[in-house]
Write a protein that binds this ligand. Structure first.
Ligand SMILES: *Cc1c(COP(=O)(O)O)cnc(C)c1O
Length: 227
């Protein structure tokens, strides 16, 4: 993709978000676009920053650690979100590097994050990931375990979870998964919903998404489609 088409990509995604918000009767200011830049290098990211984007998402701690400090030194106000799964032994690095973590999905990780948040005095925004499709290969708390997990985060680990995240099964209509995630959030008093990717962010906005995680529609197709 050329530089020109990346700024076109971000403009098109912004326009689609605005249209989806209009259709849903929502204020576009209530939807944060997380530009998922995983696998793309600084040269690919720069035009998107130049187009005014400040919130970016990565799925690997090591990749983000190598890529973002130089970009952050050149540009004020960047916000970095971890959207991929996190090993407990990387909690320290993750709390130091990220402003939000979308993938809190098990007690051991909640505990490790709580410890690092206290130690570093840094509080990234945390989302619990829900495996709405109960897919065995996928990370996330099962829907029926969500209330218990959120209670344990609050009462046992003392970690503040602000919202929920989901990735619907690739071969199913996403709407019921977004609806379920919204219901779990509502009954647990959580205000933030991280849902919607390139293929379905408009639907996610109709179901109340506050954070949409969009990669391909901004940056183009990733070389390794599995990432
Ligand atoms: C890669 C990724 C995205 C972005 O996906 P696209 O389909 O490229 O928009 C969003 N969320 C997570 C968790 C991802 O890993």
């Amino acid at each position: 993709m050329e530089t020109m088409s990346r700024s076109t990509g971000i403009a098109a995604v912004r326009a689609s978000i605005a249209a989806a918000c209009r259709d849903a009767g929502r204020d576009p200011a209530t939807v944060t676009l997380v530009a998922v830049s995983k696998t793309f290098d600084a040269a690919a990211i720069e035009p998107v920053i130049a187009a005014g984007q400040r919130v970016f998402g990565e799925n690997r701690v090591q990749e983000a650690k190598a890529k973002w400090p130089p970009l952050a030194a050149r540009h004020a106000g960047l916000e970095l979100h971890l959207v991929g799964s996190l090993q407990s032994n990387k909690a320290k690095e993750a709390v130091a590097l990220f402003d939000a973590i979308h993938s809190v999905d098990r007690p051991s990780l909640a505990e490790a994050l709580a410890k690092e948040i206290a130690r570093q005095g840094r509080q990234p925004l945390l989302f619990a990931e829900i495996n709405t499709g109960a897919e065995p290969q996928k990370a996330g708390v099962l829907p029926q375990a969500a209330d218990g997990f959120l209670a344990a985060c609050r009462d046992r680990y003392g970690v503040v979870i602000s919202g929920l995240m989901c990735i619907p099964p690739a071969d199913e209509a996403p709407a019921p998964h977004f609806a379920l995630t919204g219901q779990i959030a509502k009954r647990n008093g959580l205000k933030l919903l991280s849902m919607g990717m390139s293929a379905d962010f408009q639907t996610a906005i109709a179901f109340g998404a506050t954070h949409v995680r969009v990669g391909t529609a901004i940056f183009g197709t990733r070389r390794d489609a599995a990432l």
